[in-house]
Each structure stands twice: as structure tokens, then as C-alpha cells.
Ligand binder design. Structure first.
Ligand SMILES: [Zn+2]
Length: 356
């Protein structure tokens, strides 16, 4: 699952309620004519970073920005009007002064040809006479040649042209590119900010537990709420619980995973493991309202002996890094074998000692 610039959310021109600080910071820089040539927008998947980049690009090109009042925190800043000729072009994603680059369909990398295209875009003059913005979504997927080509472009900035790199995994970008960009980090919102937003979109439903299941990443929560992912997650977590209790075989779980997709289940596994690790150390159960997680906690009896609890926590933490490595392997472009990777993870899970 990667962050995209469209589909599930109709993002017109304003930032999400949890992006007010970032928006204010950039719009102030723009107003003071000190907006940097290149930015790196980083943070977990599902926080709407690409949509922010897109919305801010449209704001930079807007001929008649308007004050944003609907989100109280942004009362002192402007957003794109949505009605001027530049906004209308940008609204359908084809403004000639906004270029968005991401891996092409069926590819796991951003290739050098795409960056050559970007380099040409950067040096040519603006169609509308104003700013130009190039957005690189999933920038950590630049292949080596593409990264080298981008570096050259970043070293020769063109006035009034901005490059926004967006990444869930900024650490995977080469250091020379990172050092050329101003950093802008996005954090998961607090529940009191994310919950009203989600509630307004989905109406009925247990917004609190959906947000918990998404690890407070609102756009993931929205996908969970709108699809049958929430049910798939419950089914997967229950099945790994059954493996641990000897009620299900690894083969049975593999069949279920093949149906739901490896990356998605590993994401749930990883989020669950970090909660279980915390529980083993503190005895505090997060997500008490979530019945799936509640049954998972019964796998583990937290020890009153501190050293034993720490031993369990560190084997959980070690296993967590294995799951994270598996997620990276699945996302890599070197033809991973999903079934083999999952089988190894489930085998390690079945052997993991959770009893202190
Ligand atoms: Zn406008």
C-alpha cells in the first residue's frame, strides 16, 4: 500500500487538520520570499503528505488565494481559491506548471528518464508566469541513476521553481539528496484532531477503534473503514494467535495471507508487535476497545520479574526488526519471493518464546 495523490480522498485545496503547522511554516516562507528550492516531506504512510504537496503546489500557483476559516488553526493563513483559472487546471491534475513523478505502473522504481523529464521541466519557463512545482512521490524509490540525475538538478536551482520530495522512508534516500533539501516532518495526529475528520467522512462507525487499528494514520484509517480491510486485519491477527496456540498450521495462515496481500498483513503484524512489546514491559494494554487486540494480549503474561519481562520484550523487539526487514524485502525491486518471506516470518513467530 503506498501513498497516492488521489483516489480515496477528495482533497480540494486545503491541508488536512493535522497539517496546519507545516502549511503555516511553508506559506510564511513563501510570503517572505524565502521558500526553499527543495523540500523533503517525511513521515509515516497514511498522513497525507503527497496530498499536502499537491495542495500546496496549487496554492503557490493560485491567482487569488483565500483565507482558510473552516479549520480554526489555519485562520491566519491562505489556501488556493479553487476557482481561478490556475486552480481549475490544477484541480484536474494537468496544470503545465505542476509535475508529479512517481514509479510508473508496474514498476517499483523511479527511473532516470522520469528525472530527465523533471530536469527539463525545472529549466523551462513557467506557463502561467508564476511558480513551478515538481513533486516526487515515494522519492525513496529513485533508482541510483535517477538519484544521481536528480542531484544535478538540485545543485542548479532555478528561480521560482520548487521540488517537493515526499517519502515514508527518508532514510533510504541517498544522503547527498537529503542534504540538498529542507526537511519538513509530518507526525501522526492526536485522536481529538483525527477523529472528527474521520467521523465527518464515514458517518457512523467506531471511529476510535478504527483510528487505533491504523496506528493513528488517518488515511489508513479511512481505507480500513471503507474497505473490508478491518475484517481482514482481525482475521489475520486471530490466525497468528492460533498459530501460537497450535490451533492453526503455518500453511493455513499462508493461504489466508495470499488472499489478503503480504504487505498489508505485515503492516498489521508490525503494529501489533510494537504494542505487545510495550505490554510486556509495562503491563499496559493499548486499544482496550479493540476485541482483536484484547485476545492477542492473552498470548503473553507479563512477568513481575523485571529481568524476565525485559528478556521477552527484547526477543519481541528482535522479531519486530525481522518483520520490518521482510516488509522492506517485499517492497524492494529485486524480485522477492513473498511466500518464502512469509513462511520464514511465521516460522520464527511460532518459535518465539513469549513466556517469562
Ligand atoms: Zn486559485
Amino acid at each position: 500500500m503506498t501513498e497516492t495523490t488521489s483516489n480515496s480522498v477528495n482533497f480540494l485545496s486545503a491541508p488536512f487538520p493535522w497539517q496546519g503547522a507545516q502549511w503555516t511554516q511553508l506559506s510564511r516562507a513563501f510570503a517572505a520570499s524565502v521558500l526553499a528550492h527543495a523540500y523533503l516531506f517525511s513521515g509515516s504512510e497514511g498522513l497525507g503528505k503527497s496530498l499536502f504537496a499537491d495542495g500546496f503546489a496549487r496554492y503557490l500557483l493560485c491567482l487569488n488565494p483565500i483565507a482558510q476559516n473552516t479549520v480554526g488553526r489555519l485562520a491566519d493563513t491562505d489556501v488556493a481559491c479553487g476557482t481561478c483559472k490556475n486552480c481549475l487546471k490544477g484541480g484536474v491534475g494537468n496544470h503545465p506548471d505542476i509535475l508529479t513523478i512517481e514509479p510508473e505502473q508496474g514498476s517499483k522504481n523511479i527511473k532516470i528518464d522520469q528525472i530527465r523529464w523533471l530536469s527539463e521541466f525545472v529549466i523551462r519557463s513557467s506557463h502561467s508566469g508564476g511558480a513551478k512545482v515538481a513533486i516526487i512521490a515515494n522519492a525513496h524509490l529513485l533508482n541510483t541513476n535517477a538519484a544521481n540525475a536528480l542531484l544535478k538538478t538540485l545543485e542548479e536551482p532555478n528561480s521560482n521553481t520548487h521540488v517537493f520530495l515526499v517519502s515514508d522512508h527518508p532514510g533510504r534516500l541517498v544522503a547527498t539528496i537529503r542534504s540538498r533539501c529542507q526537511k519538513l516532518a509530518f507526525q501522526a495526529p492526536r485522536a481529538d484532531i483525527a477523529a472528527p475528520w474521520l467521523q465527518a467522512i464515514i458517518g457512523a462507525g467506531n471511529v476510535g477503534s478504527i483510528l487505533e487499528a491504523s496506528d493513528m494514520r488517518p488515511l489508513i484509517a479511512l481505507q480500513l473503514a471503507q474497505g473490508d480491510s478491518l475484517q481482514a486485519r482481525a482475521q489475520f491477527l486471530q490466525s497468528i494467535c492460533d498459530v501460537k496456540k497450535g490451533k492453526k498450521s503455518i500453511q493455513q495462515v499462508l493461504a489466508l495471507i495470499a488472499k489478503n496481500g503480504e504487505s498489508e498483513v505485515l503492516q498489521h503484524f508490525s503494529a501489533f508487535l510494537s504494542k505487545l512489546t510495550k505490554y510486556s514491559l509495562t503491563g499496559i494494554q493499548e486499544n482496550e476497545g479493540d476485541p482483536t487486540l484484547q485476545s492477542m494480549y492473552t498470548l503473553l503474561v507479563p512477568s513481575k520479574e523485571k529481568s524476565l519481562a525485559q528478556a521477552v520484550a527484547s526477543s519481541l523487539a528482535l522479531f519486530y526488526t525481522e518483520v520490518e526487514t521482510a516488509r522492506r524485502q517485499l517492497a524492494s525491486s529485486t524480485n522477492p519471493n513473498p511466500q518464502l518471506i512469509m513462511e520464514s516470518i511465521l516460522w520464527q513467530w511460532s518459535k518465539l518464546n513469549l513466556h517469562s
